[in-house]
Design a protein around this ligand. Structure first.
Ligand code: DGY
Length: 323
């Protein structure tokens, strides 16, 4: 019997990083990468001293019911809406996430989605594959919306939101933002962004990007009423979380051309996608990949492991959530 602490790795990770972990811990790994059911997760956590989890694992009082030895749940993710933080704290367990290491990759992808949505990139590709490109045309090939020298509205101005704002400077964009609290003047200056109300942002932005954390307070913060405030030429990009946007209302608005297009990396109830969205050509769909470069995913795992190692050594994890 090994006397190494038991660690659960709830989803597949890169084999070399798993092997490294196995040098220090008795690892129960889920390299099959099938998402555990709630019952399976509860059972898996019951014998673990530490766990590496992702947004697919809901960590709440039920998951922790038999987790008598658990010291930390280390999310391989910056967002932690999969955590019931009060329940985790009440169970005497530490919770951590992976901020900073994914900021630039996620901001890059936010910009990629903004461009693909405004310039109809994926729709154009489908158009070619469907054999519809028979000639170059001034008027009838897919015409998009400009990004350069337009107004970008960012809702959620944390590290990733600010990263997108800085990228927008290179496109000569006018950046407005809305956030729970206004940024310090120096940070506003660094990304040349102006604070406005959510309503003003929705009314005036040519492109709206959502980068806010998902909380109980902002469920469906963008629904039919909010979309109705937007310009008919505007685009909406969601790289935050499904649930922030009412996907049914968005699909209806896109169908009725109330806005020009949307780009979605996250969905309510993902990996399921609202069936009406799948029927539309004016929406770009991505499978929650904003942080998905190998370099960044490795950095996320490394930070989660650092958090786990610290907790199991009786130290404070570098990105502890429940201080
Ligand atoms: C994050 O880190 O929050 C990404 O969305 C992956 O879950």
């Amino acid at each position: 019997m090994s006397n190494k602490p038991k660690v659960l790795v709830a989803r597949a990770i890169f084999p070399d990083l798993l092997a490294k972990l196995e040098e220090s811990f008795e690892v129960r790994s889920n390299q099959a990468d099938e998402v555990f059911t709630a019952e399976e997760l509860q059972k898996e956590l019951s014998s673990a001293a530490g766990a590496l989890v992702t947004g697919s694992e809901r960590i709440d009082a039920t998951a922790l019911a038999n987790a008598k030895n658990l010291k930390i749940v280390a999310n391989i993710s910056v967002g932690y809406n999969n955590f019931d933080v009060p329940a985790i704290t009440a169970a005497g367990v530490m919770a951590s996430n992976t901020p900073d290491v994914l900021t630039d990759s996620t901001a890059d992808f936010g910009f990629a989605l903004l461009m693909a949505t405004a310039r109809r990139v994926t729709e154009s590709e489908r158009w070619i594959r469907d054999g519809k490109w028979d000639k170059w045309s001034i008027v009838s090939n897919p015409l998009g919306m400009d990004l350069h020298h337009t107004t970008l509205g960012i809702i959620g101005m944390g590290r990733i939101g600010q990263g997108i704002a800085k990228r927008a400077l290179g496109f000569g964009m006018n950046v407005i933002y809305h956030n729970r609290s206004r940024l310090p003047e120096a940070d506003e200056k660094a990304c040349a962004a102006k604070y406005v109300s959510k309503e003003e942002l929705l009314r005036t932005a040519d492109h709206v990007v959502l980068v806010l954390p998902y909380t109980a307070d902002n469920h469906h913060t963008i629904g039919a009423k909010e979309i109705a405030l937007m310009k008919p030429t505007a685009t909406l990009v969601n790289i935050a979380r499904g649930g922030i946007v009412d996907d049914a209302a968005l699909a209806q608005a896109l169908k009725e051309k109330k806005i020009f297009a949307a780009g979605l990396d996250v969905f309510e109830g993902e990996p399921k996608v609202h069936p009406e969205l799948l029927k539309l050509s004016n929406v770009v769909l991505a499978p929650h990949i904003a942080s998905a470069t190998e370099k960044t995913r490795r950095a996320m795992i490394d930070l989660a492991v650092e958090n786990l190692r610290a907790a199991l050594a009786g130290k404070k994890p570098p990105s502890l959530i429940n201080t």
